[in-house]
Design a protein around this ligand. Sequence first.
Ligand code: PLP
Length: 348
Amino acid sequence: MVPKMIDLRSDTVTQPTPEMYVAMANAPLGDDVFNDDPTVIELETLAADICGHEAGLFCPSGTMTNQVALKVLTRPGDAVLFDEECHMVFYEGGGPAVFSQVITQTVPSKNGVMAIDDLERRFMTRSLMTPGTTLLCIENTNNRAGGSVIDLEQMRRYREFADGKGIKLYLDGARVFNAATALGCDVREITSMCDAVSICLSKGLGAPVGSVLLGSKQFIEEARRVRKCFGGGMRQSGILAACGIISLNVIRHKLADDHRRATEINQGLQNIPGTTVIPEETVTNFVMVHTARPAADWLQPLRDKGVSCLAAAPNRLRLVLHHQIDDSAIPQAIAAFKTVATQLASTE
Ligand SMILES: *Cc1c(COP(=O)(O)O)cnc(C)c1O
């Protein structure tokens, strides 16, 4: 018998909940390009309120919110400071060059945190020769660093740096609710520190589609124009926004369970031959499994045992928890790893 797959590839793999299907069927709809879809307006208002910003803009993806924000916050030829591991530089198809024509000044990071000294070193004042740095982009939690969290003290340092230089601070907060959950703070303490923020509804928050860009009324007005220009003006999009409202009102409060289960997996995977799992690396909903042999060797045997995950690096597997992985899946996933470790050891 093939067991039901435990899908730990990403927190993007969730299916809409029964409550979401009901909400989709009953959502009052308009035409959002005419700005009269009541469900989209409700979602945007709710997200802005939760995050302490004036206004919100519903977009089809986090890539679009990020690239729309970058376009609004910069002029061609500007220089922008990014964590060298960030999603905006790594995973968005060269968007900063394609859409905004900016110079990407990438800065080394450790656990998703850049040193202020390194930002200082990279910063450029606009002159006859040099492009001017006009924006600092940060990511919290940090995807490639394994769901690591930027704490409030470091957030304040970024804010002070930006203020000292007279530049804007943008947060790619695809998983910022995971950060707030890990820090035990109100998400506003993180989000209201930034000039503009993107949140993803389709990650751990479980919605099928969508992200919301947040900022001042004036910023969002301009972003609405850019979203249209990028082809992101949607019509009866309240049918999708209806799910996002449930994400924010219901699923947001379940993230702590995902973090607890990630920690349980991390603990359960200690001392498995051929792997190293570092306890401190799990702070939110990610577990990193460092493998002695190529991570790719593990994928099919694990799938055969009912566990799906990703090779995030040549010698690293990534497991990501979400609200549709329940408590009973945790010992099953751990058992699958133990079985596969034994299998692989016998074929060395
Ligand atoms: C997933 C993600 C995004 C957006 O991705 P989409 O797939 O375009 O929605 C942006 N930033 C980070 C850090 C992410 O993890």
